[in-house]
Design a protein around this ligand. Structure first.
Ligand SMILES: Cc1ncc(COP(=O)(O)O)c(C=O)c1O
Length: 448
């Protein structure tokens, strides 16, 4: 049987099935594929907005900062900016990109374990809301950079919590990690920051792991963050300006997973926040979250066409024009966080209930380039369209676009029956070789 249950769970007002086809906010997928060719990422901004609305309704005490790395395409970022979100960035490059998208520096928070002096200086000069300091060394470097620029930089200590919270698919908590400073040395770290005149200790930041789907486990993590915040407020003897809870907000990638009960999570969290506000030095503290996938994941579909169908030693292989070069995460090569098969359907055979097991592979010369083994799909023919769901976050941005020199996938918005391109396809000559169309190695070889 086709994975109908999971796919039908993903269908909504904007992702529908009609006349045997997947329809993306009013436009049939075959039309999209013809208009923009394949492979292509199609996003439904209406779904992004809806997810944001649901999140805000569930967690009204929190300011939402969209995690830039989840989908850095400017048009996508602008959707979240227009809705009033801030941005969480993780590099100097993302800082430039965020500013170019029109985000005010006062709505940017900056994390990441390898910020260079140049990154720090850029952040100080433009006056980002907060820099999440990740080590003692970084604290001193930032102190010097801010002093040199005659500034006072707002910092939040990124803390690697002690204790164990399990259930997410990556558990960083309580373990050694390159991210943040250990909770065990929080006091000493805070005191060091307080002695540096060019730094203002603003708050706390914790990002432990991705993909929590069990709200009770996420709740215990967020409660622990409230405890750390209360402790930090006690150490410095004043209320914190901000506490950033990171994310951890997951989405289901296959039929064995249930969606996070965000309403229930929000209900329980809201009473924890009210308690904390009364007792713990968090009276007027601004609470932030910086999610990516829960906002952008479900609004994106990757469409790729079947180039070949073959049988090898009894197994069926369906070969596609796109693969891990465009969508690393969907091939399970982005680490344990998202290893299982993504939800996949044949976009032009949505009504077909017959299904056969196939290995769905991309165009690259490696067995890693596999979207799934024994995926149950309707009998597929050359020219059919494959839709990979949940592709709006960590799709194109995490992929090795240069591997095998295929053109990049364009990105398109689909809304209310209209579609428009938001990023062009780049041919290999422009994005790999820049202006040097005749690679020097070949020139040398020809001469030799
Ligand atoms: C520091 C930080 N914040 C936020 C996020 C967003 O996480 P998610 O997309 O799972 O919500 C990430 C993702 O890696 C991160 O590293």
């Amino acid at each position: 049987m086709v994975e109908i249950d999971h796919i039908s769970r993903l269908l909504n007002d904007h992702l529908k099935v009609g006349e045997n086809q997947l329809i993306l906010d009013g436009t049939p997928s075959t039309e999209l594929a013809e208009r923009y060719s394949t492979p292509v990422y199609v996003y439904c901004p209406a779904i992004f907005r809806e997810r944001l609305k649901l999140l805000r309704q569930a967690l009204p005490d929190f300011e939402v900062y969209f995690s830039f790395k989840a989908n850095p395409t400017p048009a996508v970022i602008r959707v979240f900016l227009e809705e009033g979100c801030g941005l969480e960035i993780g590099s100097g490059g993302e800082l430039i990109a965020a500013l170019r998208c029109g985000c005010p520096a006062s709505k940017i928070v900056f994390s990441g374990p390898a910020k260079s002096d140049m990154d720090l200086e850029a952040a100080v000069k433009c006056g980002v809301k907060e820099i999440h300091v990740e080590s003692i060394n970084e604290i001193y470097r930032l102190g010097e950079v801010a002093a040199k620029n005659k500034s006072k930089a707002n910092v939040a200590i990124r803390v690697n919590p002690s204790g164990v919270v399990s259930g997410g698919r990556v558990i960083l908590e309580g373990k050694p990690t390159p991210f943040g400073v250990d909770e065990e040395v929080l006091e000493e770290t805070a005191r060091k920051i307080e002695k540096i005149e060019s730094l203002n200790l603003n708050g706390l930041h914790v990002y432990v792991a991705a993909q929590f789907l069990d709200h009770s486990i996420l709740l215990s993590l967020y409660e622990h963050i409230l405890e750390i915040a209360a402790n930090l407020a006690l150490i410095i003897g004043r209320d914190l300006d901000t506490v950033n809870f990171g994310s951890g907000l997951g989405i289901p990638y296959n039929s064995t997973q249930n969606a996070l009960d965000i309403k229930e999570f929000g209900r329980l969290m809201s009473s924890k926040v009210q308690e904390a506000r009364k007792s713990a030095g968090l009276g007027a503290t601004q609470l932030l979250i910086e999610p990516g996938r829960i906002l952008a994941g479900e609004g994106g579909i990757y469409l790729t066409r079947v180039v070949d169908c073959k049988v090898s030693r009894g197994e069926r292989f369906v070969v596609l024009d796109g693969g891990l070069n465009h969508h690393l995460a969907a091939t399970g090569n982005l680490g344990q966080v998202i290893k299982r098969n993504y939800p996949i359907a044949v976009a032009n055979r949505m009504d077909c209930e017959e299904a056969v097991p196939v290995n769905l592979v991309g165009p690259l010369c490696t067995p890693l380039d596999t979207f799934g083994r024994n995926v149950m799909l309707p009998p597929v023919e050359v020219g059919d369209l494959i839709a990979v769901f949940q592709s709006g976050a960590y799709g194109r941005s995490t992929s090795p676009l240069g591997f095998l020199s295929n053109p990049t996938p364009p990105e398109v918005f689909a809304e209310g029956g209209k579609t428009w391109i938001i990023r062009e396809r780049l041919g290999s000559e422009s994005f790999l070789w820049g202006t040097d169309l005749e690679p020097t190695g070949l020139r040398g070889a020809a001469k030799g």
